[in-house]
Design a protein around this ligand. Structure first.
Ligand code: PEP
Length: 248
């Protein structure tokens, strides 16, 4: 089973969301794969009514409090009430454009889990960090920050998204993705143990397209992909999902 997730970022209002859903053809996608989209919050209701039943919904960000004087923010409990089952947390644009810290990412993840949503925590190094040989150090620091929150989750997704590969057309090689995932998997095993009933699914993200999805999805340890740009096109999103290999 692979998870195919589309992060729409600040694209697609309600009308475009309805058009996307109407145009999505999933006949060639194997039934075991799980499909998620993360529309802007204002398009959640449109997505919720227009989506094909097998497509699940998430939000792109939440606040760590359930309610309060936080103008412009949205809580995990509100997202859930509005139809979201997943929440992206710590996307590189949140970390690097909006200055989110590991501590805030941890608090948000805790709020998501507490409210019964499945967190999709994003981690990944910048180009400078990669060039300095700090990939492992950075992604381990980012994953360690959320381990206490993940300890109480029944299910969580972690997306390894090297910042230099997001929206740039540059993609990590399948072996780079496998290596980062193996590092994350080992750390999660060490910190969380093999608790029966808990599942942590590891995704790769960074310029995933129909042309490279097959080899990335077949890479060792890669259990799915998080797609930005290509997920805005229903044909490309469906083609990426159709490239996911059969159940492994
Ligand atoms: C993303 O935003 O999570 C992403 C991976 O973007 P893109 O596919 O456009 O690189």
């Amino acid at each position: 089973m692979s998870v195919i997730a589309g992060n729409w970022k600040m694209h697609m209002g309600p009308a475009k969301t309805r058009a996307f859903c109407a145009a999505l053809r999933l006949e060639n996608v194997r039934p075991e794969h799980e499909l998620l989209i993360f529309p802007p919050a204002v398009s959640l209701e449109a997505a919720s009514t227009a989506r094909p039943p097998r497509v699940q919904l998430g939000v792109q960000n939440v606040h760590w409090e359930d309610e309060g004087a936080f103008t412009g923010e949205m809580s995990a409990s509100m997202a859930r009430e509005a139809g979201a089952a997943f929440a992206l947390i710590g996307h590189s644009e949140r970390r690097h454009v909006f200055g989110e810290t590991d501590e805030q990412v941890a608090r948000k993840t805790e709020a998501v889990v507490r409210n019964g949503l499945t967190p999709v925590v994003c981690v990944g190094e910048t180009l400078a960090e990669r060039n300095a040989g700090r990939v492992e150090e950075v992604i381990l620091r980012q994953i360690d920050a959320v381990v206490p929150a993940l300890a109480s989750a029944r299910r969580a997704l972690v997306a390894y998204e090297p910042v230099w590969a997001i929206g740039t057309g540059e993609t990590a090689t399948p072996s780079d993705a496998s290596a980062a995932h193996a590092t994350l998997r080992a750390r999660l095993r060490e910190r969380l143990g093999e608790t029966t009933g808990r599942e942590v699914v590891l995704l790769y993200g960074g310029s995933v397209k129909p042309a490279n999805a097959g080899e990335l999805l077949a890479a060792d340890e890669v259990q799915g992909v998080l797609i930005g740009g290509a997920s805005l096109d229903p044909g490309a999103f469906a083609a990426i999902a159709a490239a996911a290999p059969p159940r492994r």
